[in-house]
Structures are given as C-alpha cells and as structure tokens.
Design a protein around this ligand. Structure first.
Ligand SMILES: Nc1ncnc2c1ncn2[C@@H]1O[C@H](COP(=O)(O)OP(=O)(O)OP(=O)(O)O)[C@@H](O)[C@H]1O
Length: 360
C-alpha cells in the first residue's frame, strides 16, 4: 500500500490509567473494523483520526496530510463524516431537508456522491417527506448515514452505528451497509463490539487491546489465526466465502459451495442460487471424527487436515486449525478428545458441522 491509496494513522495519547499507542496503515477502500473489548481505545482512536482529540502523531488520508508533527487540520476542515450510535437528525426537518442540509454545504463542483445515489443506496425513496419522529430507529440511522455520505467525505468514520438498534432493525440495516461497502470508493473505519457484525461487513480487521494493536490484516486471514484474540471468546470462528448452488424448498435449506467443500445452510429468505455469500463457521459448532459417519443427524461432513492444535484459555479445551482444501477452519474440542483420538498436525479427519448459520 502506498501513501496515496491508504490511511496512515500513528498516535500516542495518555489518560490516567490508559495509553493509546498505535501505528496503522489501513487500506484506502472498503470497511476496516476496529474491534476490541470495552475500554481498549476504539473510540479514542477514531476521535484522534477525526481531529476531535488532539494527540501526538500523524494522520495521512489518501496522500493528504491531516496531521503532521508541525500541522493539525482542525476537525471542521477535514473532509470526513462521522456516524454515531445517536443519529442527531434535525427533528423539525423532514428526511429530504435533513439530507439536503449536508449536501448543500458542499459546492456542486466538489460533490462526489449524488443526492439520488445516496437516497437509493440507503433505500430512502419513499421516506423523503417523513419526519424523523415517525421513523424507526433503523430508518433514522439510514438517513444519518445518507446525510453523512452527501457531504462527499474522503473518509467515513462509524462508531457503533447499530448498537442502539434492536435485533430486527440491525438485520434490516445490514444489507444497506453491505451495499455501501460494495458501491462506495470511500474508506470506512467501523467500530463495533459485535463479532457477527464485523464478520459480515468488514474487509479488514484491526484488533485493539489496552490501547495497542494486537492483530491486523485482511478479515478472513486474521480471523483464522490461532494467536488472534478472537479465538479467546465464544465467537471464535472463521469466515468462508462461496456461492449458493441450490435451494431445497422442501427442507428449507440452501446448498452452499466454497473452496473446500459443500454445506447445507438454514435458508435465509432473500437467498437466490448464484448469490455470493459469507458464512461464519464458529469453532464451537464443529466436531471432528476420524471416519465418515453418514448415519447421524449431522448433515455436513467435510474432509480436512489438521494444521495446528493449541490449548485454549479455558482449561481442558483445545482449539484446532484445519484446512478444508485451502480454506482454514477452527474447531473447539476437549483436550481429552484430542488425546483419545490422537489428533495431531497432518492427520486427516472429517469435520462435522452441526449448525451453520449465515452471519447474523
Ligand atoms: N477524555 C477522557 N478522559 C479520561 N479518560 C478517557 C477519556 N476518553 C477515554 N478515556 C479512557 O480511555 C480508555 C479508552 O476509552 P475508549 O472510549 O476509547 O474505549 P472503547 O474501546 O471505545 O470502549 P467502548 O467499547 O466501551 O466504547 C478508557 O479507559 C476510558 O475511560
């Protein structure tokens, strides 16, 4: 990555009992997720990037210096948009006027995103005359995101944008964010606590712990690393990309093919044959067998080779990294099972995958 197509963020700042110390080069397109436990410094890093907090450091966005040791572009001069958990819409203006507020601030010649595109990406065509108070939480957040885009930012910062929404509203808004990820050339830095949200949306991952970067890289590779803090919690798992090959109407299942095998998934209503989808395989949903046992309830049996096995943080539990073809997969097992089956690197096994759900 060269400076002209990336974001370079190097900051050091200290509060009593907490120091942020990061040196990051992030891709200049797609969604980068900042992930980590509460208090690890995600919002502080975002605020430093925005210039809302003046820390020591440097910040360059697609070749433009926003902060150097000698200069500091104030927040109102930075071409960025910030989307928060709270939407901060103007309650006395309808949706169209809220959107126009951001749009009109930018001279026509500098506009990168058209009004109609933003409205269509966020599915707001039929909401333009409605007032914010009459919208659902998810609809309000879609308006806030469209309004942010209409300022034609060079960088979009999103801090837990879905955390105030209930589960149904989250499900409704995720496809819009996926559409933005695929349609926009603007880099997005996205803060979230939710592994499911991050797995579904992000292309890149940065994991923070106690103010420091402990893992970073492309989403799929970073998730499948055994030394990744992701594996330490119950959500450990990998992301697999593939295609819906067939829908089974009778059993309400979908056949998903990826580079490494075939899985039957619980069917999601919008799915169509040929759709590219991401599936999260959680380590806790995968067991291993030395032989193929077809006469059992588990429908998904995939041959794989053990790459590594390591003890998990929980006593008595191990975590194995397997390769199904070239695709890495993690499985959580008891250490007793590892011992009794003599599981070791290089051994061929069958992965039994009981429940596979599309990332939700
Ligand atoms: N203005 C401030 N003054 C003093 N301490 C602060 C300030 N802002 C943040 N902190 C501290 O810095 C640490 C990191 O906070 P930050 O909000 O960045 O974490 P976070 O990862 O975003 O957490 P969460 O996921 O809970 O929002 C915390 O210990 C917090 O108390």
């Amino acid at each position: 990555m060269s400076a002209s197509d990336s974001i370079c963020a190097r900051f050091r700042c200290a509060f009593p009992g907490f120091t942020l110390n990061v040196d990051l080069t992030l891709p200049g397109t797609g969604i980068t997720a900042l992930f980590g436990h509460s208090g690890c410094g995600k919002t502080t890093l975002l605020r430093c990037m925005a210039g809302l907090h003046s820390a020591d450091g440097t910040m360059t966005v697609l070749g433009e210096p926003w902060q150097t040791p000698r200069t500091f572009l104030p927040v109102h001069k930075r071409p960025l948009a910030y989307v928060f958990q709270e939407t901060h819409l103007f309650p006395h203006l309808n949706v169209r006027k809220n959107l126009e507020f951001g749009y009109r601030r930018i001279p026509a010649a500098q506009r990168q995103i058209s009004f109609d595109d933003a409205v269509s990406w966020l599915g707001l065509e039929t909401h333009l005359t409605r007032m914010p108070a009459g919208l659902s939480g998810g609809e309000r957040q879609r308006v806030a995101i469209a309004r942010a885009l209409l300022t034609s930012p060079r960088l979009l910062l999103m801090d837990e944008p879905l955390s105030a929404l209930d589960k149904v509203s989250k499900q409704d808004i995720l496809p819009y964010l996926e559409r933005l990820r695929d349609a926009l050339a603007i880099p997005i830095v996205y803060v979230s606590h939710s592994t499911a949200e991050v797995a579904r949306l992000a292309d890149h991952l940065v994991v923070l712990e106690d103010g420091k970067v402990v893992a970073k890289g492309p989403m799929r590779e970073t998730l499948s690393r055994l030394d990744n803090p992701f594996r330490l919690d119950d959500d450990a798992g990998v992301l697999v990309e593939g295609t819906i090959a067939e829908l089974d109407e009778h059993w309400h299942l979908a056949r998903f093919e990826f580079n490494g095998g075939t899985l039957w998934l619980g069917r999601d209503n919008g799915m169509q044959p040929g759709d590219r989808v991401r599936v999260r395989l959680l380590a806790r949903d995968i067991s291993l067998a030395l032989d193929r046992h077809p006469n059992q309830s588990i429908q998904n049996l995939i041959p794989a080779t053990i790459d590594r096995i390591e003890p998990d943080v929980t006593p008595g539990i191990s975590i194995a990294r397997l390769l199904a073809g070239p695709t890495p997969v993690l499985a959580r097992l008891t250490t007793r099972a590892v011992d009794q089956l003599a599981l070791a690197p290089g051994r061929s096994v069958w992965m039994q995958i009981k429940s596979v759900a599309l990332a939700d």
